[in-house]
Design a protein around this ligand. Structure first.
Ligand code: ATR
Length: 272
């Protein structure tokens, strides 16, 4: 029951209504009998939102699209990982000090490693935003051989390649190099509402010996993953990234071991 001692956690994003974080975290709090509640806020002005949440003494703030980069300006501390990635997705209120970190890379890499080894592989990374930065950090940590970045805004792809010393940058309409990549990862928002019927690449670019990972998770079977399955490729669902990143967030927020099965069940039921 919510009472005067309930600790408030939230997710801020825009749009945020597709997020399964509130359902997943609340189910986990209930399973462990913790006096926490997790809500979602559609936020346009990040600065006033963070200042307000800080003065309300919230326990934690999860950050999603499009605020992961800008939010860094309004926290008190940023850990080394989030600093390196250049994007924040989790903020913990530690006795009035807002400490920022990033769990996206951890969730993504754990999800990918359930299906494939990463070491020595060549990756095609679609997108060059905050999520792409977290993926690059994680892939490099796992000693990937090469990362090619494909992005609609080519200059952004080039900037990432330079900053992280990656293999090459391509505009999203020049996909010929994809056939040489063993792992294809979509970190763009194509496939997510209002573009839920679109794929970031045409079906004929996917081969049966490739692994295709879509970080979009609502719907679970995105057009890209449907195409990949049809081509006989192995797929990695985006809800696994949310699960493993969410487990890490839960443990940072509560200091308790997360109830994985409870959280996984919520994602299975609600991401379809
Ligand atoms: P996130 O934190 O999820 O990465 P982001 O930083 O806003 O969010 O990045 C969104 C990514 O999706 C970007 O790579 C963006 O491409 P641009 O850099 O060209 O804007 C990509 N994206 C969004 N909508 C897209 C679309 N309709 N077609 C292709 N790429 C798109």
């Amino acid at each position: 029951m919510i009472n005067a001692k309930t600790k408030l956690c939230c997710i801020i994003g825009n749009p945020v209504k597709h997020s399964l974080s509130p359902l997943m975290h609340n189910a986990a709090y209930r399973a462990l009998g913790l006096n926490f509640v997790f809500v979602a806020f559609d936020v346009i002005d990040v600065k006033t939102a963070i200042l307000g949440l800080k003065s309300l003494n919230v326990a934690a703030i999860v950050v999603t699209v499009p605020h992961k980069i800008e939010v860094r300006k309004y926290v008190d501390q940023i850990d080394k990982t989030a600093e390196k990635i250049g994007a924040v997705n989790t903020i913990i209120n530690n006795a009035g000090i807002l400490k920022a970190t990033n769990t996206d890379w951890f969730g993504a890499i754990k999800a990918l490693k359930e299906q494939t080894q990463i070491k020595g592989k060549t990756v095609a990374l679609l997108g060059a935003g905050g999520a792409a930065r977290a993926l690059i950090y994680g892939l490099k940590k796992e000693k990937v051989d090469a990362i090619n970045v494909f992005n609609r805004n080519f200059a952004k792809a080039e900037k990432l390649v330079k900053e992280f010393r990656l293999k090459a940058a391509f505009p999203l309409h020049n996909l010929s190099q994809i056939r040489f990549c063993e792992i294809i990862i979509n970190s763009t928002s194509v496939g997510l509402e209002p573009e839920e019927d679109k794929s970031p690449l045409p079906a004929n670019y996917i081969k049966s010996n490739q692994i295709v990972f879509d970080i979009v998770y609502t719907p679970r079977e995105t057009p890209l993953l449907k195409m990949a399955k049809k081509a006989g490729a192995k797929v990695v669902y985006g809800d696994k990234m949310v699960l493993y990143g969410g487990i890490k967030q839960f443990e940072l927020i509560t200091g308790k071991k997360a109830p994985k099965e409870v959280m996984e069940k919520i994602l299975q039921v609600y991401s379809n």
